[in-house]
Design a protein around this ligand. Sequence first.
Ligand SMILES: [Zn+2]
Ligand SMILES: [Zn+2]
Ligand SMILES: [Zn+2]
Length: 323
Amino acid sequence: MSKVGRSISILDSHFFSSAYRALSEGRVVEFRPIIKSESGITYDVFGIDAPEERLRYYLDRGFLEIVDEISLPICPVCGEVCLHPLLLCPDCGSMSIEKKELMAHYDCGYLGPVDGFEVLGPGVYKCPKCGKTMRRIGIDYGRPGFGFTCIKCNSIFQVPLIEVECRQGHRNKIQTLEIKKYPVYRASQEVKKFAAIYQVIKELEKRLSSMGLESESFSRLEGASGEMHVAPLYVKFEPAVIVDVVTEDLFDERYLLGVALKAVDIPDVMILLVLPASLESGLEKIFNPEKVRVIRVNDLRGSINQILDEILALVGMKRHEGS
Ligand SMILES: [Zn+2]
Ligand SMILES: [Zn+2]
Ligand SMILES: [Zn+2]
């Protein structure tokens, strides 16, 4: 497995186990976009930075839903989201400016940094422009607060010109920036069902791969109707096999109906449906036995060999002893 592949599988496992725990405790789990200077937009998935594409992958499979959107400014030239403001002198465009507390002499109209006025006594100053003494604040002189001075052209101004620069160096005025919307995601109840079977599906995927059988976990397949279906495990063979697992505490009749529909909608596929032994009998009746094979297991994790045997039987292979 590639390094990226491995880190994604760590992320997935972390996502499923953390989401399962949070949802079981009744917590609402939301993922909001964060701007990272190295990687652009990421999402904090229970303490791990995840790229936006991964959240979209979870969304496509029904593990997440979109609950809100956040608008962020992006560079109109390259689409970059990591922007930083530049403060410029409005007169000469220089970036060499300083923030200073300003003072104004009303008599001659001079406005300049406080430290340019000579102090003659407490609250008494000498104007550097006209040389007159300024005594009464509010009458002779005023202190309008902070402003900026340009080191290059000596211009004094209260509001600098603001431009925004991306990491590629494209400079834009605020009004010319584009806006891009990023979704806020929330973990759906559906993720709980898949989280419960995540480890088993991953183990099956690994074991099949060691036998040379390619499979894909949480695969998305388009049915003949155009509807998208999630296959917890999709074994790429002729015929292809979808492994669907239902656990006792997450049993839901609608899910079984979904499996029956999936079997009809996706051509050339067999579904292996693993149900808990404790569930009421007779559920098998809703399925066409030519498309869906139902097996019952007592203990899911202890039944991996049995499930594997069933998969191999469906693809017409037999497991070698000891493998
Ligand atoms: Zn740019
Ligand atoms: Zn200037
Ligand atoms: Zn003056």
